[in-house]
Design a protein around this ligand. Structure first.
Ligand code: PMP
Length: 457
């Protein structure tokens, strides 16, 4: 028998990590050369600063991606369990999206006028999520920002309530956490906040109904911005009745409820909102619904639509802080129309969710075999392991279980064996193109990795 709860030997971890760094460098000379070249004009050699957070000494340059795999410039095939952190949840370059986008490319990309696709996309979103009205952006971040602006406009209040350790894109109000005294403050390393987040935001713990009630009681809250399950500090699931209590409190305090389904769409074709029959005032989603083509959208109730219509002057509509020149462009609309109608279907989820369950079963079995005090959490087509014995009930507990060095090692070990996990946490996402063989490849690799880490190999 092994030790029932083996601890990670940090010296061994450091040695194994060095070995993996060596293998990484040796196997990827072409990526290494391109990274060197890239550093001349891009800090860190990457087009966006957070791309340096991947494991390994330099980013892996992609040659081509298709379905659930990609090949890097060194000719190595990878199972992609990150899928562009949900941007490619429907697989890389799904054929219906490619066909629609290809046809639209030669018919005009952007005109600042609507195309007919917008009608079908909006009707399809209504059928999927239940909200009758939709507006478009290029990112989920922008959709969140716009929903927040409307909420402030409609309520005449300033504060936004968010969950501790939430992530909603680069939305200023959401870079706040609770400090040890339970007060709202800037999240660690919040870069250049325009004002202290305590001016704009009140943070509450996930699954804390009482805390939320207190946060709303002051009467200055415009909106509650939530993911119906946290997905960006690992997965934190709602306790039974939590999302319903949030709705109830929002209604009682005249606060606008915004459900951000950008990641939780993994729960099913209508996200958690539809699965659990939730009724937000706004629903935000981006990334996956365009099959990877930039797009975002926010839907809202008839009541909200009416209040907006009565309070925003046509004359000022372009300078009110809501909008974007490329928003609703023909290309994004064509991508959303094809993806929503032909790719992001019920049948797709019936393929994806059992695969995520199989991934979770495999990972849990490998963990159990070592006795490591870790757990696995499932959310539809997404699953994740974390370094604590039980599922955390809020973001802070999830953050406390984080182990950056261990995570970097596990991710690099996987990458060196042709498997890409989502950076920032230990998450795997299934696409309609992911296969049982892809999942089994991960299970085998992960079991061998743990055997080695805990000295069983
Ligand atoms: N909402 C959630 C829940 C997200 O996880 C993210 C990005 N990870 C966003 C919004 C923002 O998406 P984007 O960066 O595409 O604007």
């Amino acid at each position: 028998m092994t030790d029932p709860e083996p601890a990670v030997d940090r010296t061994r971890l450091a040695e194994l990590y060095e070995r993996e760094r060596d293998s990484f460098r040796q196997a990827r000379p072409r990526s290494a050369a391109l990274a060197e070249q890239s550093r001349r004009h891009m800090p860190g050699g990457v087009p966006m600063s957070w791309m340096v957070k991947w494991p390994g000494d330099f980013p892996v340059f992609v040659e081509r991606a298709g379905g659930a795999h990609f090949t890097c410039v060194d000719g190595i095939d990878h199972v992609d369990l990150c899928l562009g952190d949900t941007g490619a949840m429907m697989g890389h370059s799904p054929a219906p999206t490619v066909a629609a986008v290809t046809a639209q490319l030669s018919r005009g990309i952007t005109t600042m006028l609507p195309t007919q696709d917008a009608i079908a996309v909006s009707a399809g979103l209504t059928e999927r999520f239940g909200l009758p009205f939709w507006q478009y952006t290029l990112t989920a971040t922008d959709a969140n920002r716009h929903a927040i602006r409307y909420a402030r406009h409609l309520t005449g209040r300033r504060k936004i309530v968010v969950h501790d350790y939430c992530y909603h894109g680069s939305v200023d109000e959401a870079f706040a956490t609770l400090d040890d005294d339970g007060l709202t403050g800037d999240r660690r390393n919040n870069i250049g906040p325009p004002v202290p987040t305590s001016d704009t935001t009140r943070v509450v713990e996930f699954n804390d109904v009482e805390g939320l009630e207190k946060a709303l009681a002051e009467g200055d809250v415009a909106a509650i911005l939530v993911e119906p399950a946290l997905t960006n500090i690992g997965i934190v699931l709602p306790e039974p009745g939590y999302n319903e209590a949030v709705r109830d409190l929002a209604t009682r305090h005249g606060v606008i409820l915004i459900n951000d389904e950008t990641h939780t769409i993994c729960a099913g074709p209508g996200g958690i909102t539809r699965r659990d029959d939730l009724h937000p005032d706004f629903l935000v989603i981006g990334k996956s619904i365009g099959g990877g083509v930039p797009c975002g959208t926010f839907g809202f109730t008839a009541e909200v639509a009416d209040r907006i219509a009565r309070s925003v002057e046509l004359e000022d509509i372009d300078v009110g802080g809501i909008g974007g020149t490329l928003a609703g462009n023909g290309l994004s609309m064509a991508a959303m129309q094809a993806t929503l109608e032909q790719v992001m279907t019920q049948a797709a989820f019936e393929h994806m969710i059992p695969l995520a369950d199989a991934w979770a079963d495999g990972v849990q079995a490998a963990i159990d075999a070592t006795g490591a005090p870790w757990h696995v959490t499932r959310l539809g087509a997404r699953a994740e392991y974390a370094f604590s014995p039980e599922q955390p009930r809020n973001g802070r507990l999830a953050a406390e279980a984080d182990d950056f060095a261990l995570q970097q090692y596990l991710h690099l070990h996987a990458l060196n064996r042709g498997i890409l996990l989502t950076p920032f946490h230990n998450m795997a996402l299934m696409s309609p193109a992911t296969t049982a063989a892809d999942v089994e490849a991960h299970t085998r690799m992960f079991a061998a990795c743990l055997d080695e880490l805990f000295g069983r190999g």
